[in-house]
Each structure stands twice: as C-alpha cells, then as structure tokens.
Design a protein around this ligand. Structure first.
Ligand code: PHE
Length: 332
C-alpha cells in the first residue's frame, strides 16, 4: 500500500529547511507538481489490483495528497507572513536618487534682474526677433549702405536678405511704431557679429537696449536712469562718467563708464554706449523730432554679467562647461 508517513516526514524536513514563499513553491513542485514524487505514486498500473485494493489505494492516495497540500499551504502562509514582517525589500533610510536640478544661466539671470529694475522704473519689456531686415538693423538707424559704421559690425547675412541683428538697436524703429510715443521700453536679446574671438569678444552676445522718448527727455534722464540701474545691480551708489562716443543713431553720443574695483584696483570701466536719439531715427519711426526727444543705450548684458560675477573670460559663458555654470546656482 501507500507508504505515506516517510513521504510526509521527508516533506516536513524539506519545508523546515526553507523560508521564502519561492522556496516553498519549489518544494511543492517536487512533491505535488506534474513530476512530483507524490503525483508519480498515483501513476501506476491499476490492472493488477483488485477492486478493494484499488479503493484502498485511492483513499490512501487522496489522503496523502490532502495532508501534503495542507502542510504546504501552511508553510506558504508562514513564509508569506514572515516576508511581510521583514518589510519592503529596500532600505528606507538610504538617500534618494539624486535628481539634478537645473538653474538659470548667469547671463539670463542678469537679464531678468535688469528687466525687473527697469520695470520698477516704468519701462516695458519689448521682445524682438533675432533675424531682422537690413532696414531695421541699419538704415532706420541712420546707417545707410555706404556708411563706414557698417564696417564696425561685421554682419551675418541670411540668404533671404535679412540679417542676424548685430545689435538690439534694431528694435528701436519697430518699438516706436508698435508702442507709439511717449515710450519707455527695453529690448533684451541675443545679437550676432562675425567677431574675432578673444577674452572680451564673442560672435554671439547679449545686449539690453533701452529707449525712452518723450517731450522733454534729456541727458539728465539718461544719467539718472543709469545711476539707479547700477545702484540696484551692485547694491551701492556707483559713480558714472560720460565720454563722447560716435554712433550714427545718436546725437550727442556717449560712452558711459562707471567706477569700480577690478582685481583690487579702483578704476573707470566702460559699461555702455548711449546717447540722445538722432532726429533722423525718430523721423524714420514716424515721430516728430521737433516735439519729441529721447535717449537710447545699449547695455552689454554679457559684459555686465562678467563684471557682476567677476568672470575673467567672456567665452566661459557660452562654453557649456557645467563647472563654470554651476558656480552661479546659489545666486538664483
Ligand atoms: N547699438 C550700439 C552697439 O551695439 C550701442 C548703442 C545703443 C549706442 C544705443 C548708442 C545707443 O554698438
């Protein structure tokens, strides 16, 4: 007949040696699986047995299967419970996966800061295009095709005759037409020139143009606005001085310098060209120069960011080198 006890004893011994639900399932397969030792017992030749023998075998076999199944189910439940008690299969106290946080580029953060300062002075931000007409970039600004000033801005020409703007002054005409006068506006953005690269020159750079046009706008307004701007950027009073400068679209034109300490030495540092908007530029935008006057300036944002952060080489800003950029994360 069926030798049930030794089989059940061996099953119990096997189960005592395992702990996880997976291991219990493997033991079940060895006994009750398709090729399991208990299953195989049932596959025998019944033709040699009498009817009574068959009946006795059948009930013994079923009882063995039921008891084995019960023990296996209990073992599986125990294994599952101890797995739950052990908690999740990861260590909650480990530090989380490091999600690297992006940051705003130092030139853009300088731009945003300067925009805020100008907004507080009643200027609006007028966005422009990087590809503009030759007229907007030159002619409207009193720089006709044969003017030598064109040579100062070695220009990238597009196949359709437009240009990559060489300065944000290219927005002056459009802004005066779109916004009308009186107006106070700034136009920040990227400009392009075919420059020879060095410590302070890049073929791609950022300017922030300012334009204020009204009935009595004078050089005094220009100086006052610049001093307020510098005081806000550097968080202290800053001395400025004006030198004559030539640009066909301003009259008079200036270079504005400010007093600062560079490498431990106090000195004048050139900050931006500026001037009173030339009557021809006003006229080109449909503004009456006998009634209105205005000032314009072209702040070099890249230059300002260099001064603000003490960066020694302009090329670092566009280098894409994270070791450079990441130093400014804390300033945002
Ligand atoms: N657009 C000039 C330049 O980039 C700067 C400038 C702007 C000068 C406004 C005067 C007034 O060189």
């Amino acid at each position: 007949m069926i030798e049930a006890e030794p089989l059940l004893a061996s099953l119990s011994a096997d189960l005592a040696a395992v702990t996880t639900p997976t291991e219990v399932a493997a033991v079940r397969a060895r006994y009750l699986g398709a090729e399991g030792s208990i299953t195989r017992l049932g596959k025998r030749d019944f033709s040699t047995m009498s009817k009574d023998e068959r009946r006795a075998f059948g009930s013994g076999f079923n009882e063995l299967k039921t008891r084995a199944d019960t023990v296996l189910k209990e073992a599986a439940a125990r294994a599952e419970a101890s797995k739950q008690a052990a908690g999740p299969a990861f260590d909650l106290t480990l530090p989380g996966a490091d999600r690297r946080q992006g940051a705003i580029h130092p030139i853009l953060s300088t731009q945003i800061e300067v925009e805020e300062i100008f907004r507080s002075m009643g200027f609006e931000v007028f966005a422009g295009d990087e590809a503009v007409s030759e007229y907007e970039n030159f002619d409207a600004l009193n720089i006709p095709g044969d003017h030598p000033a064109r040579d100062m801005q070695d220009t990238f020409w597009l196949e359709n005759g437009m240009v990559l703007r060489t300065h944000t002054s290219s927005m002056q005409n459009r802004a005066m037409r779109a916004l009308g006068v009186p107006l106070r506006a700034i136009f920040p953005g990227r400009c392009y020139r075919n420059e020879a690269l060095d410590l302070t020159h890049e073929n791609t750079f950022y300017q922030l143009e300012g334009l204020m046009v009204g009935e009595d706008v004078s050089v005094a307004h220009l100086i006052a606005v610049m001093r307020d701007l510098l005081a806000a950027v550097f968080r202290k009073e800053i001395q400025v001085r004006m030198r004559p400068g030539f640009f066909p679209f301003v009259e008079p034109g200036f270079e504005l310098d400010f007093r600062t300490t560079l490498n431990g030495v106090e000195r004048w540092v050139e900050l931006m060209p500026c001037g009173m908007v030339h009557p021809a530029v006003l006229r080109n935008a449909g503004v009456d120069p006998d009634r209105y006057s205005g000032f314009a300036f072209g702040l070099g944002l890249t230059r300002l960011a260099m001064l603000k952060y003490g960066a020694p080489d302009v090329r670092l800003f566009n280098s894409g080198d994270l070791r450079f950029n990441e130093q400014f994360r804390a300033t945002l």
